[in-house]
Design a protein around this ligand. Structure first.
Ligand SMILES: Cc1cc2nc3c(=O)[nH]c(=O)nc-3n(C[C@H](O)[C@H](O)[C@H](O)COP(=O)(O)OP(=O)(O)OC[C@H]3O[C@@H](n4cnc5c(N)ncnc54)[C@H](O)[C@@H]3O)c2cc1C
Length: 201
């Protein structure tokens, strides 16, 4: 049973009967194979019913470790329950960063990529564009790996799967070298002298 049946914002109440919280990929496979209907649940940040099901929910919150850092290829492989905040702190200590982030640090990598969560900057790809490979468990409980290098269009079509193609258990993400950012906040600015950058015709 879910202790808190609501999404993070509290505007949606999940109707699923049970939430499974597996600690291994073998357990994920067992649960998926044994359920009539099951859907992956991320960090419950979507505002709507996208993560809900009349069947069972499967949360990967216990699968939240960094699996491997490949310095030469500049990639990191993580379990699907990892959240961006802890991941980015860990990457920074190792000298790496992700190319883009959403507004909140506590969303799961798998959920954000499954929904093509955008970051900022009109020249940066959304968070799913950093995915180089995924491992997922299909409806039959089979573990499948898809990668950008080996599976072309099939891979590209699977990344933003909205939880409909299976349960993603691991992701490999592209990295960039660590970088520093600065935020400038201007307060109490006067409107005097301000004019729009483009004037409607
Ligand atoms: C305050 C707030 C700010 C936000 N800011 C932004 C923002 O800046 N940019 C932006 O684009 N979005 C933003 N969002 C939207 C939100 O971040 C995304 O919907 C979120 O990233 C989804 O991730 P989640 O882990 O919470 O997934 P959930 O909401 O739990 O699930 C979303 C979908 O992903 C699927 N899914 C989750 N985990 C897996 C898995 N392991 N395998 C397969 N499918 C899976 C689910 O089945 C479901 O279909 C914001 C939301 C809130 C509430």
């Amino acid at each position: 049973m879910m202790e808190d049946r609501r999404n993070w914002a509290g505007n949606y109440t999940y109707g699923a009967a049970r939430v499974h919280r597996p600690a291994t990929i073998a357990q994920v496979q067992e649960i998926v194979a044994g359920c009539r209907k099951v859907r992956a649940l991320g960090s419950r940040h979507s505002f709507n019913a996208i993560a809900d099901t009349p069947g069972d929910l499967l949360s990967l919150e216990r699968l939240d470790r960094v699996v491997a850092l490949d310095r030469a290829r500049r990639t990191v492989t993580v379990e699907a329950g990892v959240r961006y905040g802890p991941l980015c702190r860990w990457l920074h200590r190792e000298g790496f960063a992700l190319h883009n982030l959403a507004s909140l640090p506590h969303i799961s990598v798998a959920g954000a990529c499954a929904t093509a969560t955008h970051g900022s900057g009109d020249r940066n790809g959304n968070l799913a564009t950093a995915v180089a490979a995924i491992e997922l468990v299909t409806a039959a409980g089979e573990a499948v790996t898809l990668s950008r290098d080996c599976h072309g269009a099939e891979f590209l079509g699977a990344i933003v799967g909205l939880g409909g193609l299976g349960v993603v258990t691991r992701l490999t993400l592209d990295l960039v070298p660590a970088f520093a950012m600065r935020q400038d906040v201007y307060e109490d600015l006067s409107l005097e002298g301000w004019r729009p950058t483009s004037t409607p015709s």
